[in-house]
Design a protein around this ligand. Structure first.
Ligand code: HEM
Length: 79
């Protein structure tokens, strides 16, 4: 979990402009063979959005994060 949290944080920070550099696997390699369902994917997005809300992130920024995360669906679900 510790490594996963660090990697997920780095991925998010790198993908939203830095300064962290992401050194982990690409999304297909990281999630391959886990057979993640669409519902499971949405549950993770819900958790992410709840975390943004709990930390008072603005509405516009929340929408941008949702858009970015959702764009990764094909690389995470059902592979
Ligand atoms: C847009 C959505 C998601 C993003 C951006 C994301 C991102 C990541 C990242 C950055 C890693 C680290 C890879 C590495 O250590 O090299 C990871 C690993 C992992 N993800 Fe996701 N993830 C997403 C959705 C999900 C979902 C929906 C699940 C399961 C329901 C999931 C389960 C896991 C697990 C179990 C690992 C650990 C794999 C391992 O240590 O071998 N992820 N993810």
């Amino acid at each position: 979990m510790k490594n996963l949290k660090k990697m997920a944080g780095d991925f998010f920070i790198a993908g939203s402009g830095g300064p962290e550099i992401y050194t982990g696997k690409d999304m297909i390699a990281a999630h391959k063979h886990m057979n993640i369902s669409g519902d499971e994917f949405v549950a993770v997005l819900d958790d992410a959005m709840n975390a943004l809300q709990a930390n008072n992130v603005g509405q516009r920024e929340q929408e941008e994060v949702l858009f970015n995360l959702y764009s990764l669906k094909d690389q995470v679900v059902g592979i």
